[in-house]
Structures are given as structure tokens and as C-alpha cells.
Write a protein that binds this ligand. Structure first.
Ligand code: HEC
Length: 180
């Protein structure tokens, strides 16, 4: 009897979670992320995530090509750019930018320390590549198309450009932490 009672006591909390009113607080009229309306996932309105700072004034990479970098490559900008590069770019291009990540050869991510990226491309084109994506590379400043997102603000994208062009080649990689 004592055993049966203690077993019952053990089971009560489990059963209590399954009462019909247990989920009352969860069921609300608000639309939850990923919730479907007759099978259609609600699209978030473009740029519904607030992005502060400068707006993107170009429509595509070709237009971005001639942009002049408005963010001076200060030590602070390069530091922010390094942090963002390690979060957003290193997975495909490697921490050192040399296409050294295990994923790099699988998707054909290029070595960003090559003269092609360091000298031939304009800073505007690199900004445009981050904003609009490339053939395979996803977009970080244009939500909706081709799996694009607006994860990086305009200013943040220029910080990444500053890091790629001013520190990626010269700076020794002494620490693989995301922030340094
Ligand atoms: C999902 C993998 C992936 C991520 C993440 C990624 N790239 Fe790329 N990137 C690629 C691939 C693949 C290419 C080469 C093919 C192409 O152009 O799409 C490329 C090409 C490039 C190019 C050359 C574009 C050109 O015109 O030839 C630049 C510059 C570049 N990436 C910079 C970045 C920066 C900066 C980031 C971080 C904001 C980043 N990439 C994040 C996969 C990625």
C-alpha cells in the first residue's frame, strides 16, 4: 500500500501537466514564429527587424560596385568587422579567410586573401556581395530572396569590408575566439 501510494505521488506531477488547461497560457491569438495559416508560413514583412543606421541605397551588386566606403577603417571598425567576419563569414571562408574551413571546398568558397579580393574588387563590390549575395553565397542585407537575411546593418557590412581589406591578410590569427 505504501509503495502504491508513493508511486501515485510520483505520477501526479506528470499527469498534472496534461490537463486541458495546462496550455491555456500558450494558446493566444498572436501568431507564433513558424506558425502556419492553412499550411502557409507567414512571411515577415521586409526589414521588420529594426536596422539602425544608414539605409542601403543601391539595388544590386553592379550599383554597389562604385560605392565609396563611408566608414573609416579605424581600429574600432576593424575590431567590429573581425567579430562579424568570424560569426558570418568564417564558416565558409575560414577564420583566416583562406577558404580553410571544412565547408570551403564543398561549396567552392573562395580565398579572400587573394589579390582578386584584396586588390581587383572594389570595396563597394565586396559590400554589394555581402548585401545581395553572390552565385552561391547568401545575402546578408536583403531578406527574402535566395535565403537572404538582413542580419547585418549597412554600417556593419562596411565594418566587415574594412576588416577583410585592412586586416585579414596582415593580421596574425592568434586567437580563434569569435571576439578578441
Ligand atoms: C554559406 C557560405 C558562405 C558564407 C557564410 C559567406 N560566403 Fe562569401 N562566398 C561563398 C562562395 C561559395 C563564394 C564563391 C561563389 C560565389 O560567388 O557565390 C563566395 C564569394 C565571396 C566573395 C567574392 C565575390 C565575387 O564577386 O567573386 C567575397 C568578397 C565574399 N564571398 C565575401 C564574404 C563575406 C565578407 C562573408 C561574410 C559576411 C561571406 N563571404 C560569407 C560562400 C559564403
Amino acid at each position: 500500500m505504501k509503495y502504491a501510494l508513493s508511486m501515485l505521488a510520483l505520477m501526479v506531477p506528470v499527469a498534472a501537466m496534461a490537463w486541458p488547461w495546462s496550455t491555456d497560457m500558450m494558446n493566444q491569438p498572436s501568431i507564433k514564429p513558424q506558425e502556419t495559416d492553412h499550411g502557409i508560413i507567414h512571411q515577415f514583412p521586409a526589414r521588420s527587424v529594426p536596422v539602425t543606421g544608414m539605409p542601403t541605397k543601391v539595388a544590386n551588386r553592379e550599383e554597389a560596385q562604385k560605392l565609396v566606403n563611408p566608414v573609416p577603417a579605424t581600429a574600432a571598425s576593424i575590431k567590429t568587422g573581425r567579430t562579424l567576419f568570424r560569426i558570418y563569414c568564417a564558416a565558409c571562408h575560414g577564420f583566416d579567410g583562406k577558404a580553410s574551413s571544412p565547408v570551403s571546398p564543398k561549396i567552392g568558397a573562395i580565398d579572400l586573401t587573394m589579390d582578386y579580393v584584396q586588390k581587383d574588387l572594389t570595396e563597394g563590390w565586396i559590400f554589394g556581395t555581402i548585401t545581395f549575395g553572390s552565385a552561391i553565397m547568401p545575402a546578408y542585407g536583403k531578406p527574402g530572396e535566395g535565403g537572404g537575411a538582413n542580419d547585418l546593418s549597412v554600417e556593419e557590412r562596411w565594418h566587415v569590408v574594412n576588416y577583410v581589406r585592412n586586416a585579414l591578410v596582415t593580421e596574425p590569427i592568434t586567437n580563434m575566439a569569435v571576439t578578441q
